[in-house]
Design a protein around this ligand. Structure first.
Ligand code: FAD
Ligand code: SIN
Length: 519
């Protein structure tokens, strides 16, 4: 008989969104905090550039809102953006309260800048902002008696009835048993879905599990065609798409071709600091037109001492591959980086399913629209984690969960053909990279859709017959995510923000969200 747990609140995911929400919930609530890998693993830990907030006397909320709306290319929700921007200084305070020490210069924050920002408003901890946020949040969470941590537990599906959520089925990866977690409130904080692409800056955890689970539970899934490609990931066979922070460009780094020629001004007056969609497309175009494998990012005009102080992680990582960034330009290529779409939520992070919340990259709170501005993501995580916790703290916990059956594994057998799972994983990610990438066309999208339908059938069959495993859970989610991205991209008959379709190069007058629901 598999185990059943009861908690007031179930939080799935321990990135900055999940950890911050746990800390902000009342000590009176019993909380289960679930991570499918190590607690610290997830995109949050690897964040480099920083977190944006209006902290300078010469900057103001309206400018941050205006920049975010402009980057969002007509699809940003002004109310949600204003909410996030106005809460930003408070979010920075909350992080300092748990021990994050942002880099200072002359006893003031050292504010850097990135694409789309009209002012210096990005606070950071050198180039390891995420590591500092995660380790400090985790240290605080560990001391809370009301929080129980479940590491190496992967959520499979939500427990729902009549559009109410009561928790989740979760696989204990150590025992390979599926356990039921019953909870009054469930928060999905599972991060993004960039692993749907062959090349990504993201860690292995970003398989879109939360979005796929929410889709199956009949949540509205919005604007999934907007995958953000980060323009500059290290191009090296062993680098696994290591990110070269946009903050390098913020500090004057130049994008050049192999012969040293700069090219960004050809594409946009803002040059290297144009929003990411423009920079990624410019690089893609230079690479395709000239047949190059990569372009280069040059920061070597800065003094070595300055580079090592501001970008210690990037300096060391590149050095480990024999690249001295104080002397040589860095070979870079774009890679999938961020999922702008996700589970539709309101300012309290509520989804359209009662007692189900979503926060962080998994959510579509409306703050990024068709393109996310740099360093607005960690901000979203912290702001909406706080508003979600506040809403839960103020709500009632009266409802008793209906009876749910334990997970039934009696009709499946162990698989002798696990190679099928790794093969399909790889196939999906290649299809997405080749046919649903930075520049799209109707033909490529339709081809990808056809291939994904075949893969979906194979995955369904495998899932029906064989014992569940972590890889199979992720594969099932990944195929659904890929289908949702393709369906969303086909639905959008225009080019806007991160979605560029050669067959519809123009932007329509009226911006409309793409909403996908389980049929
Ligand atoms: P994550 O931090 O990705 O955490 C997801 C959590 O969910 C993990 O704990 C994972 O184990 C868990 N999980 C997932 N699926 C399941 C499941 N099925 N069951 C149980 N647990 C599950 N943004 C900025 O604003 N500024 C930056 O400087 C910046 N730099 C970045 C650099 C890199 C290299 C990357 C990859 C991203 C960067 N971003 C940055 C984006 C930002 O880091 C992420 O959007 C943000 O951290 C997402 O946080 P999250 O809490 O939503 O998810
Ligand atoms: C970076 O440092 O370039 C990443 C910033 C972000 O994704 O917001």
């Amino acid at each position: 008989m598999s185990r059943q747990h009861q908690f007031d609140v179930l939080i799935i995911g321990t990135g900055s969104a999940g950890l911050m929400s746990a800390l902000q919930l009342s000590d009176k609530l019993s909380i289960a905090l679930i991570a499918k890998d190590k607690i610290l693993e997830g995109s949050s830990y690897y964040a480099q550039g920083g977190i944006s907030a209006v902290l300078d006397a010469d900057d103001d909320f309206n400018a941050h809102i205006k920049d975010t709306l402009a980057t969002a290319s007509g699809l940003g929700n002004e109310t949600a953006i204003r909410f996030m921007v106005e809460q930003a200084p408070g979010a920075i305070k909350s992080l300092e309260k748990v021990g994050v020490h942002f880099t200072q210069k002359s006893n003031q924050y050292h504010l850097t800048t990135e694409g789309g920002h009209s002012a210096r408003r990005v606070v950071h901890v050198a180039d390891k902002t995420g590591q500092s946020i995660q380790t400090n949040l985790f240290d605080s969470v560990k001391n809370k008696k009301n929080i129980t941590l479940f590491e190496n537990f992967i959520a499979i599906d939500l427990l729902t009835k009549n559009k109410h959520c009561y928790g989740s089925y979760i696989l204990n990866k150590s025992t390979n048993e599926v356990e039921s977690f019953i909870a009054h409130k469930t928060i999905i904080a599972t991060g993004g879905a960039s692993k749907a692409y062959l090349y990504t800056s993201n860690p292995d955890t970003s398989t879109g599990d939360g979005i796929a689970m929410a889709y199956r539970a009949e949540c509205d899934i919005v604007n999934m065609e907007f995958t953000q490609f980060h323009p500059t990931c290290l191009y090296h066979p062993h680098a696994k798409s290591f990110l070269i922070s946009e903050a390098l460009r913020g500090e004057g780094g130049k994008l050049v071709l192999q012969n040293g020629a700069a090219f960004m001004r050809k594409y946009d007056d803002r040059g290297e600091l144009a929003p990411r969609d423009i920079v990624a497309r410019a690089i893609d175009s230079e690479m395709k037109t000239n047949g190059f494998d990569c372009v280069y990012l040059d920061i070597s005009f800065k003094e070595k001492k300055w580079i090592v102080k501001h970008f210690p992680t990037i300096y060391k990582k590149c050095a480990s591959f024999g690249i001295d960034i104080s002397k040589d330009p860095i070979p870079v290529v774009p890679a999938a980086h961020y999922t702008c779409g996700g589970i539709q939520t309101n300012l309290d992070a509520q989804s359209n399913i009662t007692n189900l919340y979503a926060i962080g990259e998994v959510a579509h709170a409306g703050v990024h629209g068709a393109n996310r501005m740099a360093s607005n993501s960690l901000l979203e995580c912290i702001v909406f984690a706080k508003s979600c916790a506040k809403h839960i703290n103020q709500s009632t916990f009266g409802e008793v969960a209906p009876k749910f059956d334990n997970w039934d594994a009696s009709r499946v057998t162990p698989s002798q053909e696990k190679v099928v799972v790794s093969h399909l994983w790889d196939e999906i990610r290649r299809i997405m990279w080749n046919f649903v990438g930075i520049v799209r066309s109707n033909k490529r999208l339709n081809y990808a859709q056809l291939k994904l339908t075949q893969i979906q059938n194979e995955v369904n069959e495998y899932y029906r017959l064989y014992l569940i495993s972590s890889d199979l859970i992720e594969l099932r989610n990944l195929v659904k995510i890929a289908q949702i991205i393709i369906q969303s991209a086909i639905t959008r008959a225009e080019s806007r923000g991160l979605h560029y379709n050669e067959d519809y190069p123009k932007q329509l007058k009226e911006p409309v969200d793409t909403i996908i629901q389980k049929s």
